[in-house]
Design a protein around this ligand. Structure first.
Ligand code: URP
Ligand code: ZN
Ligand code: ZN
Length: 476
């Protein structure tokens, strides 16, 4: 046989063009892309019929937290369930955050995350290394040498012992410049946030307002001021900065203005910030939607949509799934009646199953973006900005044969549980439960091997591999 597999009869979409074409796969790589009729089914061990379907490069979710110990529990999607959800939703690579436990080195955190993922993932993976201790700074050059050029700092989460102050961010950005790394920042202003929480944290207010206090204590300025400050440190040091999970329109304005001044800053948003708003906190189960930063207003979503492929160059998920039972940790029993304490909710949302379906349904079908922009936001630009280009993010000869086939005529009413369950996440709820979505995968190949066929998981959990990445060009 000349080829291991052929994907025949579909419309191929890359970040810059769409065309009728067939794809040949050999040894895990794309061997050829040809006009219809050129590649012969008899020359391949396997033929995937993509007629009437869209064929896209496997997407890269650059922001996930699988089996993360956080907020007094562990996020319920581990590499097995997270990677099942990934291939269900056209995602073939995930980037998690290796966060050192108390007293651990970065190298130990790297090892701990390798252990979590090895033999348990359908999709390829790598890590952003979280700097949570001054001593981690000295390890940066060797972690880059080991193929990990992206680092993460949190401005909040003092309770977890994860928070960085301005001095550490400044120093890390200097090191990013010197050694060819990029710093990812969770930008929320901790002191004002803590003060607002202190003011509102009374049983009476919690009984009255419940989950709404999550939004009340995080006004826009909490994110905006933090982004502004991080950009300032980046500008001063000449470092490389990437703002994660940006939720505000004003944040997008700041990034755009900084880029115009030549600052080396990029930003992602997540699907939830594009399609949800703070009215979710009015609902009976509003506390389920608590994540940091929280979803904002419709106007913010509009501004973020407008910035896509420019100042908002990547859409990710920040998957950090907690079940209803885990979210119920917010319940406080009190002699005058139980109430919910929003500071005790495990923070985060499930999302790997639904990233591409949200972008397909609310983006492409709604006429806000085209298929090329979807591929740009979820595959090509994530690959470029995270040092994976050349292997991931395109359907071109020589690239890994990470391919998702979508039948655009197929829609699903999202059901996270029950007999009609159609998500692979272990989470028993979804922010999009009951939404009618298109854009789920019909077939997903990771390095040429089917992980999902006709919507069913068929892959081997040992298939996913660690992806070492190149350093970024160091600036002078
Ligand atoms: O609420 C969130 N986002 N949980 C995950 C941790 C983080 O801040 O990204
Ligand atoms: Zn964060
Ligand atoms: Zn996160």
């Amino acid at each position: 046989m000349t080829f291991d597999a052929l994907v025949l009869g579909g419309t191929i979409h890359t970040h810059d063009r769409s065309y009728a074409g067939d794809v040949a796969v050999s040894n895990g790589r794309i061997a050829a892309v040809a006009a219809p009729g050129v590649l012969r089914p008899a020359d391949a061990a396997r033929v995937i019929d993509a007629s009437g379907c869209d064929v896209i490069p496997g997407c890269i979710d650059v922001h996930v937290h699988l089996a993360l110990p956080f907020c007094g529990t562990v996020s319920c999607d581990d590499f097995e369930h997270g990677s099942r959800a990934a291939v269900n939703g056209c995602v073939t690579t995930v980037i998690d955050f290796a966060i050192p436990g108390k007293g651990q080195t970065l190298r130990q955190a790297h090892g701990a995350w390798m252990e979590k993922a090895a033999g348990r993932s359908l999709v390829d993976f790598c890590w952003h290394m979280a700097i949570t201790d001054e001593r981690h700074l000295a390890e940066i050059p060797s972690l880059i040498e080991m193929g990990n050029p992206t680092f993460k700092e949190f401005m909040i989460y003092e309770g977890e012992g994860w928070n960085s102050d301005d001095a550490r961010m400044f120093t890390t950005l200097e090191l990013m410049r010197r050694h060819g790394g990029m710093l990812l920042v969770h930008a929320e202003s901790p002191r004002v946030l803590d003060e607002l929480i202190r003011r509102e944290h009374t049983p009476a207010r919690m009984r009255e307002l419940g989950a709404k206090l999550h939004a009340i204590t995080r006004p826009h300025v909490v994110e905006v001021e933090a982004i502004e400050r991080a950009i300032r440190w980046c500008e001063e040091t000449g470092g490389r900065l990437y703002v994660v999970h940006m939720s505000t329109g004003e944040g997008a304005d700041l990034v755009k203005a900084a880029q115009a001044r030549g600052v080396n800053v990029l930003a992602e948003t997540c699907a939830q910030y594009l399609v949800l708003d703070e009215s979710v906190f009015d609902h009976k189960d509003g506390h389920l939607f608590a994540c940091c930063p929280q979803v904002k207003t419709k106007a913010d979503s509009e501004r973020l949509w407008k910035g896509l492929t420019r100042e908002v160059c990547v859409v990710s998920t920040d998957t950090c799934s907690f079940t209803r039972e885990q979210k119920a940790m917010w319940r406080v029993d009190h002699p005058e009646g139980a109430y919910g304490d929003w500071t005790k909710i495990p923070m985060g949302l499930p999302g790997l199953d639904t990233l591409v379906p949200i972008m397909h349904t609310r983006g492409v079908r709604a006429g806000r973006i085209g298929m090329n922009q979807l591929v740009d936001l979820c595959a090509a630009t994530p690959a470029r900005v995270m040092g994976l280009w050349g292997r991931k993010g395109a359907i071109e000869p020589g690239f890994d044969a990470d391919i998702a086939v979508i039948d655009p005529r197929e829609t699903r009413r999202v059901a996270p549980t029950g007999p009609g369950k159609n998500l692979q996440s272990r989470c028993d709820w979804s922010p999009y439960e009951g939404w009618e979505l298109s854009g789920f995968a019909k077939h997903t190949l990771v390095r040429g091997v089917p992980m999902l066929e006709h919507g069913k998981i068929v892959g081997d959990l040992g298939h996913g591999q660690f992806l070492p990445r190149r350093r970024f060009p160091a600036s002078s």
